[in-house]
Design a protein. Sequence first.
Lengths: 318, 298, 434
Amino acid sequence: MKADRTPLWLGIGLAVFLGGGWLIPAWAQSLAILALGKGLVVLGLLLLMRCGLVSFGQGLYYCLGAYAAVSISKIFNLPPSLLTSDAVVMPLAGGIVAGAVAFVLGFLLANYRSIFFAMLSLAFSMILYGLLIKMSVLGSSDGFNITYGTAAGIRLAPGAHLFALYAVSVAMVFAALLGAHRFLSSHTGRLGPAIRDNELRVEYMGASVRNVVHLNYVAAAVLSGVGGGLVALSIGHIDPDLAYWTTSGEFVFVAILSGTTNVAAPFLGSLIFEWIKSVAYQYTPYTWQLVLGVALLLVIMFLPAGLWSLFGRRGKGA
Amino acid sequence: MASLVSVLIDGIIYSSYLFIIALGLTLIYGVMKILNMAHGSLYALGAYVAATLIGAWFNAGLNPYGSLALLALSALLVGVIAGPIIERGLLRFMYGKDEIVLILVTYSIFLILEDVIKLIWGVESYTAFQPYGLLGNIDIGALPYTVYDALLVVVAVLVGVAVTFVLTRTRQGKLLVAVIHDREISAAMGINVGRVYFITFTIGTMLAALGGALIAPKVSVVPAMGVEVIVLAFAVVVIGGLGSLPGAALGALIVGLVRSAAVHYLPEVELFSIYLVMALVLIVRPKGLFSAAEARKI
Amino acid sequence: MNTRRKLVTVATASALALGLAAFAAPASAQEKEKPIRIGVVTFLSGAAAGPFGVPARNGAEVAAEALNGGKVPAPYTAAGLGGAPIELLFVDEAGGTTKQVNEFRNLVQRDNVDLVIGYISSGDCLAVAPVAEELKRLTVFFDCGTPRIFEDASYKYLFRTGATATMDNTAAALYVTEMKPALKKFAGINQNYAWGQDSWNDFEAAMKVLKPGVDMGTSQMPKLLAGQYGAEISALLTSGADVVHSSFWGGDAEALILQGAPRGLFKKSTIVMTAGEPTLVRLGTQVPEGTVIGARGPFNMFAPDNELNRWFRKAYEDRYAVVPSYPAYKMVQAILGVKAAWEKAQAANGGKRPSQDQVIAAFENLSFEGPGGKVDMALGKGHQAVQGTAYGITKNVGGKVTVVNVKRYPASRVTPPDGVKSEEWIKSGFKTAK
């Protein structure tokens, strides 16, 4: 068996991204942070899709990740602390809260499959949306602004904020990639496609399908929470739209666009999607939805395994 | 305090409108196993066409009562034109693919249709209010309601009865039910599944457009009116059980009544009442209320 | 040919897709000055485009074209801004706050606009405000209504030339209590998001102060863009309210009228539509008589009969065959405010093109004239405009809809003083002294 070169590639990639980040202009850094953060959510979707599940409610965890830290401090009137204004702690806190909620909801959701899983996850994300709209202490539909001043406790120099967030995003993404790669090569990770093919056989062979699904669900939620936190810091503003079903739908869109072949695919897909949206907005401000729809159709028709199949010779989905 | 009668009436009126839309959606899913995300856009298309036709009709100064027939005509037009174009032109090539991929195909159709509607009709709102007040009011339980709303309920019931009749009494209908039940065996038995798909999608489109056309005189037809409707229709269909007609009716009734009760007694909950109901139903009956027993392949 | 002109043509070429008349590129014979690029952000798609975004965009085009041709009445007779022609770059405000923050960065960092005017949605305003400060680019909000912008923070680069929604709802309460002294019960139907919630909260608080002991019947909060209000209308009819408050706009407002009027809602109660003026423009005589209408300021039928107003109405109607509604007025007000500040700074700079900091200094605490009358940048440390407002009742005269019983409210009666939050101010009984 060939030695696993992926960690090596990931390490090189990390260096390239960090180094290259210095050279690209500010608006490109912002775009990159957006693509990386959203890519994390799509990575979570990839994990679920490998088990044969599509979640139309990742917006729930994306939104929780963005809101968690700051909401706790606003509701309990705590002073801005490490929790809320730190570029490293805030997304991680978001991820933990998202994971905790997913752990609870997972007991219910792990029993559902296909359309019903999708619709139930959608229902929960819309319930969060409704709750947030009602809470005027959190600004209702207008949301509120968030800022960050430190990264892992280190005070940031003015002007260094953007690059610091970029570096943090890159670091978190590569850590997630390494983790995902390890997970998917592990015993539990390999059960995903098996579950998608035939659950009964997996049960028969002694593994617990519910536990594997539950685990994947929580992992996807943590990734979405961290992604939500990063995007929130980058934009500087959060509102309940993060939990609306069209946001979740967009993630599914990107997931199919990217394909499930490789763990790096979601980030490529996310970047290309953000870029297409930006270009469509700029050149066809009146028909950007049409452009997006046609682009998606073309990908589905000609690249059924997603964009990544442009790279690999192994075109089949994992 | 609101009387129970008003809650019931308001609920039934809302349910009727939901039912017509959900019926098309559940039919398409039942037969083709596609959750049609473009359903909302077809609804919007029906509304826009109806608004345009009614506007032209009244500008030409023709008999006002004739405008009601225009509503059915709009639905027919949209169904007969848009349905085949989408099904033959696009969906037909996608049938082998995964269920989720098909949903995304319909999602891209939704995106495209939204902009097509905008290109044809622009961003201004259209009103075709004349038919709504045309038939006057009736008083039910101390509150005035329009006869048009009563008509809406009647149409919903008629449509439900008609579709049920077609499915259970006519030959074509029974073929459709066979395909819903098991596509492979039906094909093996010599049923032209492709043609069944075509007919189903066209009928589904017509029903969506009918929902839109019927609503057009009540509302201002705006861009993005389809987006709001999609999730509502999905919720109704999932609650009732995918592919089940009585399920769609019951689901619509439940959603309509819950919403009406929320509005009258507890307006703060109205926003997420439908999602709560959907979550509760799915928890109790994981596949919806009227789900058929499914064979599991080992 | 000038590449910047190509950029504007590309942006407006997309407008042709909707069959709009081609925008003639501003012809400026003496082009000694570098053009001033203004990013204009407003809704070009979605539900808010028809009632707000497109009139605002149209207003901007009319203003830019007239200014560049030197056709605007005094004191704005100089061409463009101080002689330099204006170039507009339109961006669609649709797509959510994340998208808008990104687009703002693109406008400033990629497209290098000199300033940005725009934003109708309060959510977008709140999100963009800190970014404008971060990127140090002059930004003018022209329409969004949330008082939070300058009540929660101070800004150097940000200005708002439109008054907040507090004014709309306070004035509405004043109007109905003056109009119906025997008022016993009120109710409301508002869209369930920040705009609707804040509007209702302000109105309810104001009513409780103006008429202690008044009853609140029901507060309906349907989802934004719900479209169908059968049950809500039944609930309002059952409540027996004398006055019903609504901040509905666009398709929802039209649907409320279309569904409520046949059922007698507008006869049983007096409906107050705080942002109802664009609906009046659209629906005309279909709006039932006796409806109280606001235009979020002295705009359209409430505008003073001055030269600026006469010029603007004619120019807009000639081009678009319809009367300009309040978003168009507010956009022109913003552009003229920028022009006034720019030219004041230029004069103080010895006639040379002013720097951004000089324009900002001139803009602070400025008073200027618009088609709606005088505007004072008197709040938010000189960055937030105050303006009076007016309300009236619809009446059909000779087949056309008009407003009668117009009452005007000066800014001092309907706006909290600097440093006081809107909510506190209303609850304290509108205390103006501090």
